[in-house]
Design a protein around this ligand. Structure first.
Ligand SMILES: [Zn+2]
Length: 274
């Protein structure tokens, strides 16, 4: 943290000094500043823009690799605002308690109904569903490796650098947080920021189509239109969800994931459980 503040101060001083010198000297100084900035600024921005963030989100940021992927997650955390706490992925304790809860039992029965309706309407094909919520650790591990996250994170850093490096001056925290919240990737990432996946609370389920144990339509964004659209599985899954009692909302539209449905627990179940 100290090194970071010192780095920013040094940068500001260097920029002031650079403008005071003659053109040739100023050019030389600014090149050096730009080189230093490209290494240190994104990490400084992570620290600066994390001010006031939920401690669980701060902890998740520390386990994300690279300041570019951290900034991208941070932009999602800032956008989540007051909803972050209620959306945050379950703790280990909550995860291990989940299977015995009335909601888990209701979800399991509702999934069975969709699977049954699908099998009845599509002879020889079955639906596979991952019924276990996705832990924060798994979400972080995937975020650290995912290519679409890497691409979006690099674009975010490039946009911030374009906006905030060079004259005049560094952003204050409000300006930086606002810039992070307003930025949107051109193509939606394949993953929600770690901690904010609906899968982290057992409220989202991915259905994939199989035949004799072989995946026919899977959970790969790059293959979505090829595997799902062309063969009509998007509509067939939607029909099975309706026939199974319509307890799921979806599929997810951005990014387009025809297999991803949100679970909408019945109010009676949660009221009755407490
Ligand atoms: Zn999903």
């Amino acid at each position: 943290m100290r090194t970071t503040s010192y780095g920013l101060l040094t940068l500001r001083v260097l920029l002031l000094v650079a403008t005071a010198f003659n053109t040739a000297v100023a050019f030389g100084s600014q090149t050096q500043v730009a080189e230093t900035a490209s290494k240190t600024l994104p990490e400084a921005w992570v620290v600066q823009a994390s001010a006031g963030l939920d401690p669980r989100a701060v902890d998740a940021l520390q386990r994300i690799l690279g300041s570019d992927r951290r900034l991208l997650a941070l932009s999602a955390y800032l956008r989540a605002g007051d909803t972050l706490a209620e959306r945050w992925s379950w703790s280990r304790q909550q995860l291990s308690n989940y299977p015995a809860t009335p909601e888990a039992k209701a979800a399991s029965a509702d999934i069975d109904a969709v699977v049954g309706a699908f099998a009845a309407a599509n002879f020889g094909f079955t639906l596979q569903v991952n019924r276990k919520p996705r832990s924060l650790e798994i979400q972080i591990a995937r975020w650290n490796l995912d290519e679409s996250v890497g691409t979006a994170a690099a674009a975010l850093v490039a946009a911030l650098e374009q906006r905030f490096t060079g004259n005049p001056s560094t952003p204050n925290t409000d300006q930086l947080q606002k810039a992070l919240m307003e930025w949107k990737p051109r193509v939606a990432t394949a993953l929600a920021a770690p901690g904010l996946s609906a899968h982290g609370q057992g409220r989202a389920f991915d259905f994939q189509v199989e035949r004799a144990g072989q995946v026919i339509a899977g959970v790969d964004v790059a293959l979505a239109s090829q595997q799902w659209g062309a063969a009509g599985w998007t509509q067939k899954l939607r029909a099975a969800v309706s026939a199974g009692g319509n307890h799921f909302a979806g599929p997810l539209q951005s990014p387009f994931e025809p297999w991803h449905y949100s679970y909408v627990p019945r109010p009676a179940t949660s009221d009755g459980s407490r």
